[in-house]
Design a protein around this ligand. Structure first.
Ligand SMILES: Cc1ncc(C[n+]2csc(CCOP(=O)(O)OP(=O)(O)O)c2C)c(N)n1
Length: 631
């Protein structure tokens, strides 16, 4: 028997001659490897365990990189990475300089499209297929998409287009009944109906056999199957929404049975037109803790393999937990409050709220655009929606924020979790653009808490406001700046957030936005040791600034002559730019620190801050240089 371990030199061509038994053994090895690497580096374990056979069968049947596979979201592409020459680098997954946790064209020719934000694979694949047809090529293009990602609106735009174009395209629907949490929505119910219909198509009983001897030649097969299935579809398959859209539906197939998968993929390979293959898989397959808690093992940090529990869990609450707890408290006394989530109830800290107020919790699926306009509709009708969405995913809903909410001055509270650099998920997930994409939105108030008490206070303030408010807060442990009396004395009061001086010094003003206020305080300590005295301002409010806020900045500028703004956002169009505009007529030196106009890669937050000069030591060093120049 061949050596079936995946290692650096393993490529799809190595799969071609293996027997099904050998492929099964290979799958066992892949699972062991996945558990080992993810337990060390963290990552998306459950999703990858669920697609082991599916990925092996895909690479066995198709001819990558000539045939092109697009992974939706891409969090389930680890097995694909292992089978395409990257096996021995799995130990570097998601680490600075190591393998990305998502497909990257720059990493491998087998990665055809950089994904990370969900529900775009069919669009990208359809574009590739259209270009292929124009070029007169004949390779296959395959989108692999989960049932969770199927809740995103772009999918329907793409299906509508694909069914109409009728060009050759394969869509593999990886249906495990789960998004991060159990999948919601009517499509999910439809899929669940198909799944439980107990009519898996198997190797012996697959479509072409079932329908008789239809010649395996292009269109005639499709038309043959189409015609016969038309007559029987409502009995053969209980709901054929895809067929109605112009796609050929094959399935459901057991997504862990290699023989069946290979067989159905081989059939689909011969078909023309858009085909969707419905594979039923189990999220977390093969690792008991992940099978039991697929949500916990969707995205997990390093964990103990034996016990199946995360290694280091901080005692302190993170911002999501502070947000969720506070919203529950507020909802108990204010019936207008509702929570809206786009498939991220757990991630955004809303699980407790959902448990206590199920009828006031709206998980709309991975549908950020819809979530925002849905909230706008509720706000027109007496509700106070708190829309909790990660900063990076809210990018999808720019127009809905601007036109559907801000233009109408609707009281929607945008709770932008994971604002700033998030770390290991990398480029697609860094929440470093939100101030820039919101700072020009008329009527929008933008707030950035520097610690947990300020987040609570800002939520109270947002509820009082009769208009749109965005609160951006970072990933991870909530800061506690209660040692600063300027902050604690008003912590739970309903006070308009305002630029607040935490420390006074005559040499430099450090103006920190959100999480960077704490860093500014550290910088001020470091500089004090060098005899440089700093005024530290906690911004709290990014815009609009009141007369009092302007005064705080102007006075500090006049008193110190040097203002340094520090933010966890790209510098362009960020907080610093707004303050620079404000102080344009002042005689003051100005320096803006934040992220460059670049896609920041994966790595730990600490490593990235250091690498980009945004840790306290680097900032202090840069200020020393500026100071010397100014003297
Ligand atoms: C636009 C967008 N919103 C939210 C997410 C966060 N997210 C990542 S994976 C996922 C669930 C995907 O479920 P599914 O497609 O069924 O894949 P599975 O992990 O179940 O295999 C979500 C909500 C995202 N990546 N992109």
């Amino acid at each position: 028997m061949k050596d079936v371990r995946v290692e650096e030199g393993f490529y799809p061509s190595d799969l071609k001659d293996l027997s099904v038994r050998e492929l099964d053994l290979l799958c066992d090895g892949i699972r062991a490897e996945l558990i080992e690497s993810v337990s060390a580096c963290g990552g998306h374990l459950a999703s990858n365990l669920g697609v082991v056979e599916l990925t092996v069968a895909l690479h066995r049947v198709f001819d990558a990189p000539r045939d092109r596979i697009v992974w939706d979201v891409g969090h389930q592409s680890y097995v694909h990475k292992m089978l395409t020459g990257r096996g021995s680098r799995m130990g570097t997954l998601r680490q600075y300089g190591g393998l990305s946790g998502f497909p990257k064209r720059s990493e491998s020719i087998y990665d055809t499209f950089d994904t990370g934000h969900s529900s775009n694979s069919i669009s990208a694949a359809l574009g590739m297929a259209a270009a292929r047809d124009l070029n007169g090529d004949n390779y296959h293009v395959i989108a692999v998409i989960g049932d969770g990602a199927m809740t995103g609106g772009m999918v329907y735009e793409a299906l509508n287009n694909a069914g109409f174009r009728k060009g050759r395209l394969l869509i593999i629907l990886n249906d495990n009944g789960m998004s991060i949490s159990p999948n919601r929505g009517s499509l999910s119910q439809h899929l669940s109906g198909l799944r439980s219909s107990d009519r898996y198509i198997g190797a012996k009983d697959r479509v072409k056999d079932k329908l008789g001897d239809i010649p395996l030649v292009g269109n005639s097969l499709v038309h043959g199957i189409g015609a016969i299935k038309d007559a029987v579809k409502y009995t053969l398959v209980p709901g054929v929404v895809f067929e109605e859209l112009g796609l050929t539906y094959l399935g459901p197939v057991d997504g862990h049975n290699l023989e069946d998968l290979i067989s159905v993929f081989e059939d689909a390979r011969e078909m023309n037109g858009p085909v969707i293959i419905h594979c039923v898989t189990k999220k977390g397959k093969g690792y008991r803790p992940a099978e039991r808690h697929p949500d916990r093992f969707h995205g997990i940090g390093p964990f103990d393999r034996e016990l199946g529990v995360a290694l280091k869990k901080s005692e302190k609450p993170d911002y999501s937990a502070v947000f969720g707890k506070k919203l529950r408290e507020m909802a108990r006394r204010d019936e207008r409050i509702v929570a809206v989530s786009a498939a991220m109830i757990e991630g955004t800290g809303l699980a407790g709220f959902a448990g206590e107020f199920p009828e006031r919790t709206f998980d709309v699926g991975i549908a950020e655009e819809h979530a925002v306009t849905f909230a706008a509709g509720m706000a027109t009708s007496g509700k106070r929606p708190f829309v909790a969405i990660y900063s990076t995913f809210m990018q999808r809903a720019y127009d809905q924020m601007l036109i559907d909410v801000c233009m109408q001055k609707l009281p929607v509270v945008f709770c932008l979790d994971r604002a700033g650099v998030v770390g290991a998920d990398g480029e697609t997930h860094q929440g470093i653009f939100d101030i820039s994409y919101m700072s020009h939105m008329p009527n929008l108030t933008i707030l950035a808490p520097s610690d947990e008490s300020r987040l609570r206070m800002m939520m109270e303030y947002a509820l009082e406001m009769d208009g749109p408010v965005a609160i951006r807060y970072p990933r991870g442990e909530a800061a506690d700046l209660s040692m600063y009396p300027e902050l604690t004395e008003y912590a739970e009061k309903k006070e308009r957030p305002h630029a607040r001086i935490l420390r006074t010094g005559s040499d430099v003003t450090l103006a920190g936005c959100g999480s960077m206020t704490k860093v500014c305080l550290e910088v001020s300590e470091l500089l004090a040791q060098k005899g440089i005295e700093c005024t530290v301002i906690d911004a709290e409010i990014v815009r609009p600034l009141s007369g009092r806020d302007r005064q705080v900045y102007r006075r500090a500028a006049q008193e110190t002559g040097l203002i340094v703004t520090v933010e966890d956002n790209v510098v362009t169009g960020g907080y610093g730019s707004l303050i620079e505009d404000l102080l344009r007529s002042e005689k003051v030196s100005f320096s803006k620190m934040g992220w460059p106009d670049a896609f920041v890669p994966h790595g730990s937050r600490e490593e990235l801050m250091k690498a980009y000069g945004l840790d306290a030591e680097s900032i202090a060093g840069k200020i020393e240089v500026i100071q010397k120049k100014d003297q």
